[in-house]
Design a protein around this ligand. Structure first.
Ligand code: PLP
Length: 447
């Protein structure tokens, strides 16, 4: 019989150790049962965008509980869901026409894939042969089987490989540090990646491809890697050429995290998706909530077709989650926090380049807004990664949690495709001050 060391009744990720017990949280700090506190530099996995214990969000949740806590969205609507959807659609400048609200990023990705399929089934004339999706290596789109099937995260896919969906293929990620060859210009790199994607469309048969799926700034799988300028325009042009949809997964990098409310609104990305997913910072950790923003192109097809989406979930448009998300979004907008993300992001970049990049085993620091990754290498010149068995990122994360560091650093284990290397991710709250940013960088450098 296996001995299970954990005393916790919760079935969490490790049965061999107990989770660290958090008994309170405030602003940028987590309070632990033993009396210690941790500087939360990551908001979990880029979730707690307003920090902890925000009174406005708490009051909004309580007020919603006084109105209605739950109704089934197939029959009933609520003010909370309606107002959130309207605010989200408006935040896209009208580029998106409807919002579909669910509870997690994985659910949002499942819905996005099915929506793309339904779009082609109901298009006039229909294109039922479009059953394939192209995504990218070193990507993460979620844990459910559909979302995992398009993910390029080998380690997370591995145990379930025989159960994953067919018709999902992948091309190279846009990763300047690892992908650009010597003396290559950004334009040359973009051309090379665009050719690879075009070739993949050709290989699959362009008329069989439903959509290309990508994260504008790659999160957990690579550690905050923004696309190179021009990449998304090239990708959009190829999707247009072959009549396929562009799905942008902004679950991690969206909702203000990278310095614009939607990552595609930045001059670096500068394309409009046909379908967009959001999550994490949408609810800021105050409620489980995620969503799919759907362009008029897709909603027009569905209105002219069956008039609906053959997909439904019990907690779709959950009133309390919607109310929490609406308050988070209002605070972001009223307190001009996206502007703070951009300003503090510049400070974070400057300090990371000054204090962390020169360290002996730091190969690269990269990111956008308040979303930065630090990649560790065994050799700075050759960029040789550490042996994944050394668990470098996990060890740094664990060391960060101990005295005197007392900081959360989100790790990416060096097992993605066995070649990318270890990284940690920083994702401070959008309202972080210059002092907090400096403390985060100084503590990170010291770990
Ligand atoms: N997409 C991206 C880019 C993510 O980073 C994640 C989670 O980390 C997901 C989708 C899945 O979201 P969730 O964990 O809320 O299901």
């Amino acid at each position: 019989m296996t001995t299970i060391a954990s005393q916790s009744a919760v079935f969490h990720r490790s049965l061999h150790s107990d989770p660290i017990s958090v008994v309170g949280a405030n602003g940028n700090y987590l309070h632990l049962s033993g009396g210690g506190k941790l500087l939360d530099a990551t908001g979990g996995a880029a979730v707690s965008c307003l920090g902890h214990a925000n009174k406005r969000v708490k009051d909004a949740i309580i007020s919603q509980l006084d109105v209605v806590s739950y109704v089934h969205s197939a029959t009933f609507g609520t003010d909370a869901a309606e107002k959130l959807a309207k605010a989200l659609v408006e935040s896209t400048g009208g580029e998106m026409s409807k919002a579909y609200i669910v509870s997690s990023g994985s659910e949002a990705m499942e819905a996005a894939l099915k929506l793309a399929r339904q779009h082609y089934l109901e298009l006039s004339p229909p294109q039922p042969q479009r059953t394939k999706f192209i995504a990218r290596h070193e990507s993460y789109h979620g844990t459910t089987l559909g979302a995992l099937s398009i993910s390029g995260h080998k380690a997370r896919r591995a145990p379930y490989e025989p159960m994953l969906l067919p018709n999902m293929s992948r091309v190279s990620a846009c990763n300047a540090y690892r992908g650009m060859i010597e003396n290559e210009t950004e334009a040359g790199y973009v051309d090379r990646l665009a050719k690879e994607l075009d070739d993949e469309f050709q290989r699959l048969g362009p008329e069989t491809v439903c959509a290309f799926v990508a994260e504008p700034v790659v999160g957990a799988a690579l550690g905050c890697v923004p696309a190179v300028r021009g990449y998304f325009q090239a990708v959009r042009a190829i999707c247009n050429k072959y009549g396929a949809l562009l799905i942008l997964d902004e679950v991690m990098c969206g909702m203000g995290r990278t310095g614009t409310l939607h990552a595609w609104q930045s001059s670096l990305i500068n394309v409009t998706p046909d379908i967009q997913t959001i999550g994490k910072g949408l609810g800021g950790g105050y409620a489980p909530v995620a969503g799919v923003l759907i362009s008029r192109k897709v909603t027009d097809t569905l209105f002219a077709g069956t008039g609906g989406f053959s997909h439904g979930q019990t907690y779709q448009g959950h009133p309390v989650s919607c109310r929490a998300a609406l308050e988070v979004l209002s605070i972001i907008q009223e307190e001009k926090l996206v502007q703070n993300v951009a300003a503090m992001g510049e400070k974070l970049e400057q300090l990371l380049k000054q204090l962390v990049l020169p360290l002996p085993h730091v190969g690269d620091v990269r990111g956008k807004g308040l979303f930065w990754g630090i990649e560790f290498v065994n050799d700075k010149t050759t960029k040789e990664p550490f042996d994944p068995k050394e668990n470098v990122a996990t060890n740094i994360h664990e060391k960060g949690l101990t005295d005197p560091h007392n900081i959360t650093l989100y790790p990416g284990n060096g097992t993605v495709d066995g070649r990318v290397g270890d990284h940690i991710l920083l994702a401070p709250a959008y309202n972080a001050t210059a002092e907090v940013i400096e403390l985060i960088v100084r503590k990170t450098a010291a770990v």
